[in-house]
Design a protein around this ligand. Sequence first.
Ligand SMILES: [Zn+2]
Length: 146
Amino acid sequence: MHEYSIAEGLVLTIKALKDKEGLTKVVEALIYVGSLAQVDREVLLETLRILGPEYGLEGVNYVIKEEESIFQCNYCGYVWPWSEVRMNVIKELCGDIEDCDNPIHLIPDLVNVFVKCPKCSSQDFKILTGYDVKLISIKGERDERL
Ligand SMILES: [Zn+2]
């Protein structure tokens, strides 16, 4: 299961940070999930809650936010967010089906087929951000007596 390995990676990173910073408890972890990342946020959250206690992370409030994907054209240099092309892509993929929500989310490999530069129509572009899962920050408590 995809979300399981991502959750495990996050939990291990949070645990390493906790140890490094000498925290007694991690209160909150902020996680960004790219809008093109092939990740179910509900499943990820659930898996984090199950895995956390196995690594000594009890009662962590996991805050999961979506990070919008940003593209840059290799040809003309134009930079654009996913929201700028989203409607076009969905229309191309789904026609007039109204609740066809972000099929590329499910099939990220299609991004290079269906997304093109809004300025010059080149399909030679890179994804700058928003294709993976990132741990942004954690909040914790220290034992002040130490
Ligand atoms: Zn371009």
